[in-house]
Design a protein. Structure first.
Length: 582
């Protein structure tokens, strides 16, 4: 598949060649540093650092570069500006030819790049518990990154690390056995019921020592593989998986049952993990527990705070399971890159786990591992988003509210749509609004959950982008009904708003690659919002349906078509629907 370098990349190459001609002995390592300019398409800055190095005047140096960079079929004009900047103006025809190539390219010109096998861990719900607002960011951000990295060529392995093992299941199973009247299985609200029953079991566990002993004994029988206990555990897991599928389908993420790997999967190898860490001298016994210590991890009184691999009672916690997962992902899956889309509050835990795995040799130097941290969803009071009673907001409730808000917005905008269409669109718009609000915020920052703002038709919202896409598709449908739009002309003259839109369209590759490198989806959101605004400016100042000639209409049709395709592709990479009609 032919790569389509951006116009900025092409100008960069032209400047480098000009530097080699103007200063063959002194141009090594110079970065032209192209940026957008108010007075030309791009402005180059790089002569200042080079002039200092060579002991010459920056403006004279810039003039030498300009002289070695004559106009051609790409470059219409170049001039020295200010104390040593270079203004560069592209030919209109070169811009349109570039867009035509992107429009014909199945990937809109985005090249394939990093092909490493990349494991992305995200979502991570707990069995027998409802998914709540605390699971929103990991699921939405992780899914967008999985899509974008796969689009860029990575071999992405999605991993949904489920909490499906431990003391809580012995507690719950024992409680269910002792309270057969507690109906939950097969009901519509099965997991919600299990969630409530677990709370009752936890309360009884804390208050009744005899029940606590029976629950601990049940954990032992579960870990020993007792057929009856395991069958009850499997019922709970299967009910939870059905529930998770419903949530993921509503949210429109890529996770499937095949991506789910529970803590139970690693349970058989935890003892082996502990033994290997101890044999290698990575972990040591301390007060009956097996621990890993770090010089720079200390408590408030200066004492070393360990990562506990095995507790003094012989049980294993999250650290052991996380280490087993790394060992499996690198040794068995062959992962070359590990990404953990996990709350920022887990930073210390993950840093200790990663360092332990490196010491053990489970993360070799060739493997990259990164904690893709994210902030918290806040309520209007600036605190973590909760219900009035102080509980976490279930995702199902959040979705219902978002869809209802979106339905009202759609009906207010156009009250003539069919009821069935309104319901489909309400889901696409409502869920898209929630996802976009999350993704449009820099992932390391907190944000306030505000449904009214999320479903607004103005501002940087998912609804605004969806309406922008639908608007462009509407224009294209009307253009398709018209005669007189022929092939692209050889010679064109672009208006300023056409030029601005065209140059933004050419930025798509750069933006997607940038998101793949930084793992910051909000950069793509910002780009799509700017593109939508640029299209509005273009459409308001440049008649499309009533263009002055067929040549002009052909150029503007190209701008419309590529804008629609770019918006659709960009929204798809974010996991957001792009309806053709709204």
């Amino acid at each position: 598949m032919t790569e389509i370098p951006s116009l900025a990349d092409q100008l960069d190459a032209r400047l480098r060649r000009a530097l080699e001609v103007a200063l063959p002995a002194g141009a090594d390592g110079v970065e032209p540093q192209l940026r957008r300019s108010e007075h030309a398409d791009f402005q180059a800055n790089g002569s200042f650092a080079l002039a200092r190095r060579l002991g010459t005047n920056p403006r004279e140096l810039a003039a030498a570069v300009v002289a070695a960079c004559p106009p051609d079929d790409l470059l219409a004009a170049r001039e020295v500006s200010g104390p040593g900047f270079i203004n560069l103006t592209l030919r209109d025809g070169a811009i349109i030819r570039q867009l035509a190539r992107r429009a014909e390219h199945p990937r809109l010109g985005v090249p394939l790049g990093d092909s490493r096998l990349t494991v992305v861990e995200y979502s991570q719900p707990n069995i027998a518990k409802e998914m709540h607002v605390g699971h929103l960011r990991t699921t939405v951000i992780g899914d967008a990154l999985a899509r974008i990295l796969a689009f860029l060529g990575a071999q992405v392995v999605r991993q949904n690390h489920l909490g499906d093992w431990g003391t809580q299941f012995g507690m719950l199973i024992q409680y269910l056995d002792e309270h057969p009247e507690a109906g939950w299985h097969g009901t519509q609200q099965g997991v919600a019921a299990l969630n409530g029953l677990y709370r009752s079991a936890r309360e009884l566990f804390d208050q009744d020592p005899a029940f606590a002993d029976r629950a601990r004994a049940r954990v032992v029988t579960l870990q020993a593989g007792d057929p009856y206990t395991v069958s009850r555990w499997r019922e709970i897991v299967e009910e939870s998986m059905r529930y998770f599928r419903t949530i993921y389908d509503q949210l429109g993420v890529l996770l499937t049952d095949d991506d789910a790997v529970g803590e139970s999967f690693y349970n058989p190898v935890l003892e082996q993990v502990a033994e290997e860490l101890e044999q290698k001298g990575v972990a040591v016994r301390s007060e009956g527990a097996l621990c890993v210590f770090f010089d720079d991890v200390r408590g408030p009184e200066g004492q070393q705070v360990p990562l506990i691999v095995r507790k003094r009672d012989g049980g294993f916690g999250y650290a052991a399971t996380d280490l087993a997962a790394i060992r499996y992902r690198t040794a068995t899956l062959g992962a070359e890159r590990l990404l953990y889309v996990v709350d920022a509050r887990q930073a210390l835990h993950l840093r200790m786990v990663f360092e332990t795995a490196r010491r053990a040799g489970w993360i070799p130097p060739s493997v990259e591992v990164q904690h893709v941290a994210f902030g918290t969803v806040l309520g209007s009071d600036g605190r973590p988003f909760k219900t009035r009673s102080g509980d976490n907001v279930p995702l199902a409730t959040l979705f219902e509210d978002a869809i209802a808000k979106a339905r009202a917005t759609i009906v207010e905008k156009d009250g003539h749509q069919k009821a069935g269409d309104v319901e489909i669109l309400a889901r696409e718009v409502g869920i898209g609004a929630v996802k976009y609000a999350d993704l449009a915020t820099s992932r390391t920052k907190d944000y306030v959950f505000d449904l009214d703002r999320m479903v607004s038709l103005s501002g940087n919202t998912g609804v605004y982008l969806q309406y922008a896409h639908a608007r462009v598709r509407s224009v294209l449908r009307r253009l398709a009904e018209m005669d007189g739009a022929g092939d692209l002309p050889d010679d064109v003259s672009l208006e300023s708003s056409e030029r601005a839109l065209a140059l933004l369209l050419d930025d798509f590759s750069r933006v997607v690659i940038d998101v793949g490198e930084t793992l910051e989806p909000h950069r793509l959101c910002t780009y799509l919002y700017s593109l939508s605004q640029a299209f509005t400016d273009f459409y308001e100042s440049c008649p499309v349906l009533r263009a002055e000639s067929s040549d002009i209409r052909a150029v503007r049709r190209l701008l419309c078509s590529l804008t629609a395709d770019t918006l659709q592709r960009g929204l798809d990479l974010l996991g957001i629907a792009a309806p053709d009609r709204l």
